[in-house]
Design a protein around this ligand. Structure first.
Ligand code: ADP
Length: 720
């Protein structure tokens, strides 16, 4: 008898076995409907095998569905990702089917001639319509326009049965990318890097690279040439380019369109579902060669994936924290290994993990020396706020104000960077000192002036700003404390009333379209001073931007989690790297209370190696990533006692293991979120320990009740 293991989209740890009915042909990757309890569910066949009689009574597969099968590499990747992240392989498979589940675009209604039918009264208008139509089909409005008649004439012919309406399935055509449409002339470093990447692809097999070069050195130019070479060698090759932020995709899509004479496919949550369906179908059919997307594009059913590029690979936005917890960069490397493809991790500030792999020789290390052409890196100055403190209730020091004034006078642009949304991060009662907090979450409410509300950035809870202090009842005593981007913009407007200012944050640019519009205004020089959170600090290329002011360079350093220093270094290097990318030299001013901090010293000296050495040494001393590995277990429930009990049981059940420690359980730093109590456990292991195996063995010993949610976070980035 033949058995099919089927991945069903449920939180279960493995595939379910079904009997394959006589006469049904099934293979790995096929779609089936199979009974589960009283229902039928859709699933993906993971494996088909023969057995001689089974003592289990298995239910039979109900039906093979004729959707396009997932290619073998996609199925293997889904299974691997499930094992690596300790999540259900069926749920991973469901991620790979998102595009197929999206609705088809509505078919287009068109009219065409019914063969052999002629109008009873052939007026000149009617004849014109029939001539314009010929043997084609056209939307009726277009037909009326083309024949210069009113819509009524077309309708008359339809009513009379000379024309008929047909529905045409909208199939997206992806024009083939032409590798030689508009190539750039690469400088020698870029050419060498492009060649190495292309040779990596040509070699077949898994080939990882770090593409390492300062902002503006032409990493994008270099990898686009590798893409071109890949397509020259194999016109059926597929390439995936991953970006950390949807806001970055538009610029890259435009560059690719200009370079290859055809637009790539786009894949992220901002793409309308019917379009996603078209992209999914084109990818599985091998009808589109270049896909630009966010991390979820990793789950697309590529047939012939030869090259993956992870641009801004250091960016922690590649880590998905909600739902399935995974790191897009790490999974991209895994997918390349499974597909036998090349993968390029590109960054001006590579993650310590990637640098560690490059230093050990596991990744080919491609370096681009300087900025391309005349552009030079900005001059970075630390501004000691102890010497020039801003006036009370203002945030820009005198020297920074002067620099903004000079930049304005030259007709150039300024970016003021502050990684804080809203007007003020804290709202306090002047009378009693009460701090406004969210009702069911351990977080302070942030004042937003644009909307006049107090907002919890963690859960989205918001309320109108009250007139009376909820604690002491005093009237009009709630005051904002500290700056957010809106407040800095307010100061800028007062200082430079003639300047055109704007705020760029996830509040002012909540979706891809509004982000694109803001970026365009900045690119076109319609904004003089942009006050921005990290949303604008990454990847963009603003030719007239010559001054970057970092309002609070100490901000990220205060958090104190594992990657605080690394993240701050990367973010500030990226933000300051926005200055002076074209032919105008740029400068960056970092306001700080601790100019002696090693991270800031390294930034000012432009000495990335010094920073990396110091940070690596600290990580090594603690056997922390990349020298060791971490995993977190997060328990949460509305029932505090149930969380306590499960945490205690987990602590009792820790398997014996060497070169591995478990810390906790402890209250999470965010101990209450949306009314749910949270506790955490943290596992640290040496690199050669089978961390996932340990976690599986551990979790198998404990029954987590339905009222408690357990999240496993392998290689955690958030420690909250
Ligand atoms: P990165 O990806 O390293 O930030 P980009 O590839 O975006 O760098 O290049 C920065 C700027 O320099 C872009 O405007 C790009 O068009 C230009 N540039 C880089 N290399 C070349 C080249 N070989 N020929 C022409 N322009 C180049």
């Amino acid at each position: 008898m033949r058995i099919a293991s089927v991945l069903v989209p449920l939180p279960v740890p493995e595939a379910f076995d079904y009997e394959v009915p006589e006469g049904m042909t099934l293979a790995r990757g096929d779609h089936v409907a199979a009974p589960l309890g009283p229902r039928l569910v859709r699933g993906i066949v993971a494996e088909v095998f023969e057995t001689t009689g089974s003592n289990r009574r298995l239910k039979a597969v109900e039906q093979r569905l004729d959707d396009p099968s997932l290619p073998p590499g996609t199925v293997e990747f889904v299974e691997w990702a499930g094992r690596w992240t300790l999540s259900a392989p069926g749920e991973m498979a469901a991620t790979a089917l998102k595009g197929l589940r999206a609705p088809r675009p509505r078919p287009e209604r068109r009219v065409r001639r019914i063969e052999g039918r002629t109008p009873n009264r052939p007026t000149p208008a009617r004849t014109a319509v029939l001539e314009a139509l010929g043997g084609r089909s056209l939307p009726s409005a277009e037909l009326a326009r083309a024949s210069g008649v009113s819509a009524g004439v077309v309708k008359g012919l339809l009513d009379e049965g000379v024309l008929e309406t047909v529905e045409i399935e909208a199939v997206a055509a992806f024009d083939p990318a032409n590798p030689d449409h508009a190539p750039s002339i690469l400088n020698p470093d870029q050419a060498a890097a492009a060649q190495a990447m292309a040779e990596g692809v040509q070699g077949g097999g898994f080939r990882p690279f770090l593409l390492d070069g300062v902002t503006g050195s032409g990493k994008t130019e270099a990898y686009l040439e590798a893409v071109a070479q890949t397509l020259r060698d194999d016109p059926d090759a597929q390439v995936l380019i991953l970006l950390p932020e949807i806001a970055l995709t538009q610029a890259l899509i435009e560059r690719i369109t200009a370079r290859f004479g055809a637009a790539p496919a786009e894949w992220h949550s901002g793409v309308a579902p019917p379009r996603r369906r078209q992209v999914w179908e084109a990818v599985v059919a091998g009808r589109c060669s270049i896909v630009v997307g966010a991390r979820s594009a990793l789950f697309l059913p590529f047939r012939n994936l030869r090259l993956l590029i992870v641009d801004e690979e250091h960016d922690s936005s590649f880590k998905q924290e909600d739902g399935l917890v995974y790191h897009g960069r790490d999974l991209a490397v895994a997918r390349a290994r499974i597909e036998g493809a090349a993968v390029v991790l590109a960054s001006a500030t590579p993650s310590l993990e990637t640098l560690w792999n490059a230093r050990a020789g596991r990744y080919g290390w491609l370096r681009l020396g300087a900025r391309h052409g005349a552009a030079v890196l900005p001059d970075i100055a630390l501004l000691d706020l102890r010497e020039s403190p801003p006036d009370p209730q203002t945030w820009l020091s005198q020297p920074l104000r002067e620099a903004i004034g000079e930049t304005l006078a030259r007709g150039e642009q300024t970016l003021l960077f502050l990684n804080r949304r809203g007007y003020a991060p804290v709202v306090l009662c002047r009378a009693c000192g009460h701090r406004m907090t969210a009702p069911d979450t351990d977080s302070w409410l942030v004042e937003h002036r644009y909307t006049g509300r107090l907002v919890c950035h963690l859960t989205g809870f918001s309320m109108a700003k009250p007139r009376h202090c909820p604690s002491c009842g005093a009237e009009d005593t709630l005051v904002p404390v500290g700056p957010g981007v809106e407040r800095v913009e307010e100061e800028v407007r007062q200082l430079f009333p003639q300047a055109r200012t704007a705020v760029f944050s996830s509040d002012t640019a909540p979706d891809a379209r509004s982000a694109r519009a803001l970026i365009q205004r900045m690119t076109d020089g319609e904004i003089d001073i942009l006050v921005a959170t990290q949303a604008a600090a990454k990847g963009h290329n603003f030719p007239r931007l010559t001054l970057v002011g970092v309002v609070d360079a100490d901000l990220g350093l205060r958090g104190g989690d594992l990657r605080a220093a690394e993240r701050t270094y990367q973010l500030l290097a990226q933000a300051t790297g926005r200055a002076g990318r074209a032919d105008r030299p740029g400068r960056a001013i970092l306001q700080t209370w601790t100019p002696e901090h090693p991270v800031l010293q390294a930034l000012a000296a432009g000495d990335r190696d010094a920073f990396v050495e110091a940070e690596m040494a600290e990580r090594e001393a603690g056997s922390l990533p990349p020298y060791g590995r971490l995993a977190a277990l997060i328990l949460s429930s509305e029932n505090a006692a149930a969380v306590e009990k499960t945490a205690a049981e987990l602590a009792q059940a820790i398997p014996n293991a060497e070169r591995l420690e478990v810390y906790g359980p402890a209250d999470a730093p965010l101990a209450l979120v949306r009314g749910r109590r949270r506790k955490r456990l943290l596992v640290r292991a040496d690199r050669d320990v089978d961390l996932q195996g340990f976690l599986r063995a551990w979790l198998a010993r404990v029954k987590v009740p339905g009222s408690v949610r357990l999240t496993v976070d392998v290689d955690p980035y958030s420690f909250l």
